[in-house]
Design a protein around this ligand. Structure first.
Ligand code: ALG
Ligand code: ZN
Ligand code: ZN
Length: 321
């Protein structure tokens, strides 16, 4: 197949009912089923880094199951993402559940190899630990990136029980390693109790500014978008989305829920407002299906992945034409 052939899209739901068949994300082809791919969705079923409720290892399969109803045209961005680029499901990256160090090394290796096969990757976790090896892999291709981090939590803490690599620490490690642009990175949606005020000082020193959940409530979503866009500028952008950025009413199925979060409508709107930025990679993490109800969290996560895929597919298409 040559590059000018039409991308292979999802299974046609009017021919093969959408609840039938084995779930890939949005019923897209698997990477093995197409000669070449532009954009891959890949799962990382790993949750050994959690500090509270477990279960995010089941996130990738739950998000796939919750993505069966997605359709090919995204009217909010006026893009048909699966026609704009060859989007595939690259399956799961296996990670050792008994050895965090080995798991993180294996994730970096696998993400680097996948990054050589495709232009862009959207990863579905897994707990937030996986952002560290993913940023290491992205760094090899793009150098230090602006990190736009949607989360209830800072995730710039130092250690838990002496462990330096956990789901509460990926962005401190990434900052220390020089993986992120210290002038262009930002948390969005943070809230809830901290260990001490020092956490905020450390966080600022590590290179993050903050648009908190209260900021969004007080000044509105447009002001939040404006602040984020000013902070990120035109830097290569990595978007990391912890589903617990959403209020537990919108995303109960997660490991460390905090009251007072964003609505899924607000999060989707913020993502759509980034369509002209250079989004080089993204992850959606911390979906823990055992705490979910009626696929609420899975559906929210699948729509978030869909918006990210749309942004990137449109950019790939624009760069080609
Ligand atoms: N990354 C997530 N979801 N949570 C971090 C919470 C760390 C803590 O237990 O304080
Ligand atoms: Zn979180
Ligand atoms: Zn997190």
């Amino acid at each position: 197949m040559t590059d000018d052939r039409e991308p292979v899209g999802p299974v046609d739901a009017s021919v093969y009912p959408r609840y039938a068949g084995i779930a890939t994300f949005a019923r897209l082809p698997r990477i093995e089923e197409v000669p070449r791919a532009d954009l891959a969705i890949v799962g990382i079923p790993f949750d050994t880094g959690v500090s509270y409720r477990p279960g995010a290892r089941f996130g990738p399969s739950h998000v796939r199951e919750s993505s069966r109803l997605l359709r090919p045209y995204n009217p909010a961005q006026d893009v048909s993402p699966f026609a704009a680029a060859q989007v595939v499901d690259a399956g799961d990256i296996p990670a050792n559940p008994f050895d965090i160090g080995e798991a993180v090394a294996d994730i970096e290796t696998a993400a680097t190899a996948l990054g050589e096969r495709v232009d862009r990757i959207v990863t579905v976790g897994g707990d937030h630990t996986i952002a560290l090896p993913l940023l290491r892999a992205v760094n090899k291709k793009h150098g230090p990136v602006a990190v736009l981090h949607f989360d209830a939590h800072l995730d710039t803490w130092d250690t838990y029980f002496g462990a330096p690599v956990t789901h509460g620490t990926p962005f401190r490690r990434a900052s220390e390693e020089g993986l992120i642009d210290l002038t262009a990175s930002c948390h969005v949606g943070t809230r809830g109790p901290l260990y001490s005020k020092q956490d905020l000082d450390d966080d600022e020193r590590l290179g993050f500014s903050i648009v908190s959940s209260v900021d969004i409530e007080e000044r509105g979503i447009e002001a939040a978008i404006e602040r984020v866009r000013r902070r990120v500028g035109d830097k290569p952008l990595y978007i990391s989305i912890d589903i617990d950025v959403l209020d537990p009413a919108h995303a109960p199925g997660t490991g460390t829920p905090e009251a007072g979060g964003m609505t899924s409508r607000e999060l989707l709107r913020m993502l759509r407002a980034l369509s002209d930025l250079d989004v080089v990679g993204a992850d959606v993490v911390e979906v823990s299906p055992a705490y979910d109800h009626a696929q609420l969290t899975g559906i929210a996560a699948s729509h978030v992945v869909y918006e990210l895929v749309t942004l990137m597919a449109a950019q790939i298409d624009a760069a080609r034409n």
